[in-house]
Design a protein around this ligand. Structure first.
Ligand SMILES: NC(=O)c1ccc[n+]([C@@H]2O[C@H](COP(=O)([O-])OP(=O)(O)OC[C@H]3O[C@@H](n4cnc5c(N)ncnc54)[C@H](OP(=O)(O)O)[C@@H]3O)[C@@H](O)[C@H]2O)c1
Length: 243
């Protein structure tokens, strides 16, 4: 399969102000892909925008909270109306929770499922009408190795990411005939703010770099052959820090 550079296509990235989302934004900017940068914190998004603009791509910053329906059900239309369409959606925003099932409150459970699963699900739904008009229609959902494996003290996160796996695989079959490719990226432990906060005992040394995950996203986007590529699992060589 040959690499094709989809220069000038438009990608919407959630959680683009830090970690994996920031690394994906930079990597796609290197391919000349125009970017819509989403997240709650406008300052973090501004930093990402400054970083990608050196590659000469067009950008739009759309700050907002994906847990709020006003934002969730409007941000893709706003992105598409600004650029005249959307070709690529990357559902990357997410949150972690390290808590035993017996200690997890209904509010904690609702918050993690609302962001990790529900917002990705409905962002995909909102994107479809735009993606159906694109000749490069791609959805990449950032799941986790916890989307297909079990870990103690992570039941709510594991449940949310299993959900992402499930609906992405169904959606892929629903929209393949429309030319829309749906992919999963399932990283192991990546050294980002999420891990620095939830596992201060871990260091960058034993973990995957966000740039390695971004490379998988670029691969999906730039290699568009006949093969169905469902999922890339990005594991640390040797022992995973969370296992
Ligand atoms: N790090 C890992 O080990 C690892 C492993 C496997 C999978 N993942 C997944 O990778 C994705 C990115 O995480 P990361 O590791 O890069 O951590 P991160 O740096 O904390 O990124 C999470 C991003 O989500 C955004 N976000 C959080 N709540 C939001 C909300 N309510 N509305 C809109 N945006 C929101 C954050 O931006 P704001 O704060 O500005 O809103 C932030 O940019 C997540 O889906 C995570 O589950 C991470």
């Amino acid at each position: 399969m040959e690499k094709t550079t989809p220069r000038g296509k438009v990608a919407v990235i959630t959680g683009a102000g830090s970690g994996i989302g920031n690394a994906i934004a930079l990597r796609l900017a290197q391919e000349g892909i125009d970017l819509v940068l989403c997240g709650r914190n406008p300052e973090k998004l501004q930093k990402s925008e400054n970083q990608v603009q050196k590659y000469g791509v067009r950008t739009l910053v759309l700050p907002g909270d994906l847990a709020e329906d006003d934002y969730l059900f409007s941000f893709l239309d706003r992105a598409a109306e600004h650029f005249g369409g959307v070709d690529i959606l990357i559902n990357n925003a997410g949150m972690a929770l390290s808590r035993r099932l017996e200690d997890t409150t209904p509010d904690e459970f609702d918050r993690i499922v609302r962001l990790n699963l529900r917002s990705s699900y409905f962002a995909c739904q909102s994107a479809l009408k735009w993606l159906k008009q694109s000749d490069w229609a791609t959805i990449i959902n950032i799941s986790s190795n916890m989307g297909h494996s079990a870990y103690p003290d992570q039941s709510a996160y594991v449940a949310s990411k299993h959900g992402v796996h499930g609906f992405t695989k169904s959606l892929a079959k629903e929209v393949y005939q429309d030319g829309i490719r749906c992919h999963l990226i399932s990283p192991g432990g990546v050294f980002t703010d999420m891990v620095k906060i939830s596992r201060p005992d871990l260091s960058a040394e034993g973990m995957i770099a966000a740039e390695e995950v971004a490379e998988a996203a670029a691969f999906f986007i730039c290699h568009r052959g006949n093969a169905v590529l469902d999922e890339i699992q990005v594991h640390r060589v040797g022992k995973e820090p969370f296992s």
